[in-house]
Write a protein that binds this ligand. Structure first.
Ligand SMILES: Cc1cc2nc3c(=O)[nH]c(=O)nc-3n(C[C@H](O)[C@H](O)[C@H](O)COP(=O)(O)OP(=O)(O)OC[C@H]3O[C@@H](n4cnc5c(N)ncnc54)[C@H](O)[C@@H]3O)c2cc1C
Length: 480
């Protein structure tokens, strides 16, 4: 065996989960290799430039970035210095012509809602107490609220449909409707954004990925970019053999005591690991599990007064029925409101997101046409919301579900891993059954605690701790 290609751990995929896990393993003194198919690290969390505008390709708003919050702590312990701008207001919701502002302080938000919905005053206080309790006690709440959807929880506390919709408006961060999302998953996400606020990372979300990658390398980690993993098996010594596609057709092999996967679990098991070695529970779960939907994104560079844009940043629902209208909802974001370096002087960078189905086989056969049609439909809606945009466009570009799938290899361009329905929210644990024996660990948004940058970072951190505690770097107990 070539010692040069031998590592304590090999990580497949340089998304946030893989990067955080890699940093902490390297920090503990382990020899770690990250293999990433793209030409840069970050996965869903990357930034790109067009004509002087900077856009966040995917992730853009982060939670838990306050001084002593989880994401800040994960970065600070790695000596990564990253500035986050706290957004004020934290959120804005639009339902037809009605508008709501979420202050960046949960107490103020409670008072704000109590003023708007005086008949529900007591219920609002009780609801937020419950929400915080659930978020603080995730594990016991998962048992207590096992089969409960977020809508069930709202119905227990409130009658007013408008209030229920306001309290559901952030559901787009998890991609499925209130009548399907797990109450616990929704409360955990809301608590992270409402308690500590919503944040924009200065320099763009991709800078966080770049800083993690730089820190990983300065801790002695190695990273191979433009290298796609094509298979994982174990050899007679128990080492994992990770095969990477090479341009000349022959696979290059790397050997690891343990393997960490930060990629779509379905692809890992379907394409990279011999099917015969799959645990039956995993086979069963994979065949029935539902991923989150994908997104379409419009990237706009505009010559328009920031004040005009600021008033319209937020979630735009056509009316109060969030279950019916989630697919129609636009989320308008503008990084240059928080970080001037995102756009040339007197201009603004905007990102507009909408849930979008992955096309069937024929749906995107003429890809240019498919992409243009998405741009046209989304732009028409944006112009309906901010008419002045029409004559102030400097840049227009877009990403489709096909772009997201191609770039991240997340099936059907799933934006946040598995759909967090009550039945599936716990399955992320079950998915891992039997894998540790084979020396394979899972991080990222297809695992616990779920979708989003914060969750992917938490998974990377927790798995690194588990691996270090269990001392798993000498090879697998079970052959795959
Ligand atoms: C459009 C969009 C907007 C979003 N907005 C937000 C937001 O505002 N806030 C938020 O918190 N979250 C947001 N999310 C979700 C969040 O970005 C993701 O949940 C999180 O970044 C996923 O991280 P991950 O570690 O699971 O890896 P991923 O980002 O999925 O990255 C996986 C990496 O593995 C690589 N890879 C895959 N297969 C292979 C292979 N065979 N060999 C080598 N490398 C491989 C991929 O190239 C990729 O780099 C958004 C997601 C999308 C798509």
């Amino acid at each position: 065996m070539n010692n040069k290609n031998r590592y304590d751990a090999i990580i497949i995929g340089a998304g946030i989960g893989g990067l955080v896990c890699g940093c902490y393993l390297a920090k503990a003194g382990h020899r770690v290799l990250i293999i990433e198919k793209n030409d840069r690290p970050g996965g869903c969390c990357v930034t790109f430039k067009r004509k002087g505008f900077r856009f966040d390709a995917g992730a853009h708003i982060l939670g838990s970035c306050g001084r002593h919050s989880v994401l800040s702590n994960i970065l600070r312990r790695l000596n990564i210095d990253q500035e986050f701008v706290r957004m004020e207001p934290a959120e804005r919701f639009f339902f037809g012509y009605d508008e709501y502002e979420v202050p960046a302080n949960i107490r103020e938000y409670i008072t704000y809602l109590q003023d708007k919905f005086p008949l529900e005053k007591k219920g609002i206080k009780d609801f937020f107490d419950k929400l915080i309790h659930i978020a603080r006690n995730i594990n016991s709440s998962r048992i207590e609220y096992d089969k409960i959807t977020y809508e069930d929880l709202l119905n227990k506390n409130f009658n007013d449909i408008r209030l229920k919709s306001v309290l559901s408006a952030q559901i787009g961060y998890l991609g499925i409707t209130p009548n399907r999302i797990s109450a616990v998953a929704m409360c955990a996400m809301m608590a992270s954004y409402l308690k500590d606020g919503t944040y924009y990372p200065m320099g763009g979300a991709g800078l966080v990925s770049d800083k993690l990658a730089d820190r990983f390398k300065s801790l002695g980690g190695e990273m191979r970019l433009r290298a796609e993993v094509a298979g994982v098996i174990t050899d007679d010594s128990g080492s994992a053999v990770v095969k990477v596609k090479s341009g000349r057709g022959n696979a290059v092999e790397f050997y690891g005591g343990a393997v960490v996967s930060d990629i779509d679990i379905g692809r890992l098991f379907r394409d990279l690991i011999p099917r015969s070695s799959m645990h039956n529970t995993i086979k069963r779960n994979l065949s029935v599990s539902e991923p989150t939907p994908s997104l379409a994104i419009l990237y706009l560079g505009v010559e328009l007064d920031k004040k005009v844009i600021k008033k319209k940043v937020g979630w735009h629902y056509p009316d109060y029925d969030v279950n019916i209208n989630l697919d129609d909802c636009l989320y308008i974001s503008s990084p240059s409101l928080y970080d001037e370096s995102a756009a040339p002087k007197n201009m603004s960078a905007m990102e507009v997101f909408q849930i979008w189905d992955f096309p069937g086989k024929s749906g995107a056969a003429d890809y240019k046409k498919y992409k243009k049609e998405i741009e046209r439909k989304m732009l028409e809606k944006v112009v309906g919301i901010i008419p002045d945009i029409k004559d102030s466009l400097v840049v227009i570009d877009s990403a489709t579900p096909v772009t997201i799938e191609r770039y991240t290899a997340n099936r059907n361009g799933a934006a946040y891993g598995w759909a967090m329905t009550p039945g599936q929210y716990d399955r992320n644990d079950i998915m891992s059954d039997g894998l540790a024996d084979a020396g394979i660990y899972l991080v990222g948004h297809w695992t616990n605690p779920g979708g989003g940058v914060l969750a992917a970072a938490i998974s990377g951190y927790s798995v690194s701790r588990k691996m270090i505690t269990d001392g798993v770097f000498k090879g697998a107990a079970v052959k795959i």
